[in-house]
Ligand binder design. Structure first.
Ligand code: HEM
Length: 180
């Protein structure tokens, strides 16, 4: 293609419109991309500003002792799942903190709610729940939730039956791996 053919293509009104549209689109894309990059930087700064609570010393809990750890009375948020207590304060605050979609589980034994996929108040009890009426698929579901929690959150201790006594954990034993 010689130079005069190229110029006649660029100079034709239809093609000029195409080139202008392309440039406008490119400009718009760059604008959107820069805005997106700036907002993800802000998110990171927000995360860093957000205070991370230190690990808590390991301890066992009776169900009523969990109640204050709901992210309001105490900044820390604990949740029991299948008799294990997890600290969800740091990575889970958006889910379980005040205003979060699963705040109803904060400071509670979430086992029945998670096993039956229910957020109803009747599934979240302040009394010890032995879960003996759950069927086998609900039990499987609950074990899956427990595994997911173990992967993501700190294990703090065990949820005690009313007739059980708390275990003594050593001072140096911080919340870490789950002990069955
Ligand atoms: C319309 C129904 C629902 C939708 C669309 C939905 C959607 C979601 C989504 C998108 C997440 C985030 C997943 C992630 O980023 O890892 C999530 C997390 C979660 N969902 Fe739901 N959900 C629904 C119902 C329920 C119900 C009924 C329950 C419990 C009874 C439930 C319990 C949870 C819990 C506990 C988490 C947080 C898990 C964690 O700590 O990582 N969800 N849900």
């Amino acid at each position: 293609m010689d130079e005069s053919t190229l110029m006649s293509i660029v100079n034709s009104p239809v093609n000029l419109l195409g080139v202008t549209l392309c440039l406008a689109l490119l400009g718009a894309s760059i604008y959107v991309l820069r805005g997106w990059m700036r907002s993800s930087q802000n998110d990171e700064q927000e995360d860093q500003k957000r205070k991370r609570l230190p690990k808590m010393k390991k301890r066992d809990f009776y169900v009523k002792e969990l109640i204050p750890y709901n992210g309001q009375e105490d900044e820390r948020i604990l949740i029991a799942v299948n008799s294990k207590v997890f600290d969800v304060s740091n990575r889970g605050r958006d889910f379980y903190g005040p205003g979060g979609p699963y705040h109803c589980f904060a400071g509670k034994d979430a086992s029945r709610g998670l096993a039956t996929m229910s957020l109803e108040p009747s599934s979240i009890k302040d009394e010890y729940d032995d879960l003996s009426d759950l069927n086998s698929s609900e039990r499987d579901q609950l074990r899956e939730w427990e595994n997911q929690m173990k992967e993501k959150y700190e294990f703090v201790g065990r949820l005690l039956r009313p007739d059980e006594s708390p275990k003594e954990y050593s001072d140096t034993e911080e919340s870490s791996g789950v002990q069955e």
